[in-house]
Ligand binder design. Structure first.
Ligand code: LMR
Length: 277
């Protein structure tokens, strides 16, 4: 309730209401058009996102189940890690409840794009507000695949610099976890990124055209059943998956190295949900 009171003082057109406790969950979700799940525990130094699975998987499954009851036609945006597994968990819960619409379920990977834009703009002395670097794949370590060759405006890097900036983008979450030294993971940059994604989803619902964001969605673009690529958003969520585009050999190799971990993460989520529900 404290957070609700705090937020309610922000000068915006938004009305803020607070709900507390599992009993109020369905009231809270009722009539929502967009639901964002950031709940769960964060990493500590030395942990991978997958190490959060045991705690966060159940939280996402329970919240998705309430979503299925209260507002299954809404867009469901999942921030909770490990995103590579929590999105498949949500999909399985929704399937089980007979209300799954793959166009409306998103893993929020926008922080990877935000970081890629920031690091590339810094390296090249560009205005970050005019830089756009797609990041595809998943949201952990090697599954984060920056596609710097498709950056707008075009940028060129020596091989060693391209590799270094790619590694930095892949490890940027860990950079924050280590700097916070046990006090959690990224919150402010994550809030910035999630706000960007949610505003895009809302604008598309409102009829704005040509809204594109990378997001981790059900996909047939690669062998992975969920994969992040640029998505054209529309009134009903995913309007068109814009696919991989052309990749440099280096980026194609990153994709190859990502696949085993990504497939294992997805599989783990699907198995968990199938066993639980
Ligand atoms: C991030 O990328 O910062 C988040 O996924 C949190 C984390 O654990 O790294």
């Amino acid at each position: 309730m404290g957070v609700a009171a705090d937020l309610s003082h922000v000068a915006s057109r938004a009305e803020v209401t607070g709900y507390e406790g599992p009993d109020k969950l369905e009231d809270c979700l009722k009539d929502s058009q967009v639901v964002v799940i950031p709940a769960g525990v964060p990493r500590k130094p030395g942990m991978t996102r997958d190490d959060l699975f045991n705690t966060n998987a159940g939280i996402v499954a329970d919240l998705t189940s309430a979503f299925a009851t209260a507002c299954h036609k809404a867009m469901l945006c999942i921030v909770t890690n490990p995103v590579n597994s929590t999105v498949p968990i949500a999909a399985e819960v929704l399937k089980r409840r007979g209300v799954y619409d793959p166009r409306r379920l998103f893993g929020v990977t926008t922080l990877d794009i935000v970081r890629a834009n920031t690091f590339v703009a810094e390296a090249k002395g560009l205005d970050v507000n005019k830089v756009s670097v797609p990041v595809i794949g998943g949201h952990s370590g090697v599954t984060i695949i920056p596609v710097i060759s498709q950056a707008v405006p075009g940028v060129s890097f020596k091989t060693a610099d391209r590799e270094a900036i790619t590694r930095r983008i892949q490890n940027a979450g860990t950079e924050v976890v280590e700097a916070k030294a046990g006090a959690g993971s990224a919150t402010l940059s994550m809030a910035f990124a999630a706000e960007r994604f949610v505003v895009s989803v809302l604008s598309a619902i409102d009829g704005k055209r040509a809204v594109i964001e990378c997001a981790f969605v059900e996909s047939t673009v690669t062998e992975a059943p969920y994969f992040s690529t640029p998505i054209l958003l529309g009134r009903d969520g995913v309007e068109e998956n814009l696919g991989l585009g052309s990749l440099l050999d280096y980026e194609a190799k990153l994709l190859q190295s990502a696949m085993p971990e990504l497939l294992a993460n997805i599989d783990k989520g699907v198995k968990f949900a199938k066993e639980r529900y």
